[in-house]
Design a protein around this ligand. Sequence first.
Ligand SMILES: [Zn+2]
Length: 115
Amino acid sequence: MAKQRKPAAKRYYRKRVALLRLIDKIKLWPSRRGILHGIRTIERLGAQARVTTHCNKQFLVNDSRNSRAARWLRNKWFQGICPQCGVPDWKLEKFSATRFRRHHGSDLLKPGDPS
Ligand SMILES: [Zn+2]
C-alpha cells in the first residue's frame, strides 16, 4: 500500500529517546538563544557528534537524554527560526506534530544500533 502524505500526522517518540538519534531524525537544533536552526550534517564521533547547521555553525553535541537541547526539543521551546537556515514549513509542521511520551512511541533505534 502506498504511503499517504497526510500533512503533519502526529508521531510519537519516547521522552528518553537519545538526543543524537532525535536530531538525526528531525534535523533541527535549538540554540541557547532560542533560535531553531536546520541541521545540515551530523558526524558521529563516539559518544559525541559534530553538528553543522545550514547557516554553517559547527559544534560538538553530547549524546545526552537530559541536556538542555534535548529538553528544549521535547518541550518545543524556541523563540524564532534562523533566517539563514531556511527551515521549510513542512519541517516545522512535522516538528510541531511530534509528541514525546514516557511509555509510548519510538526510540528511533535503527537495526544494529546499541540500545
Ligand atoms: Zn541557522
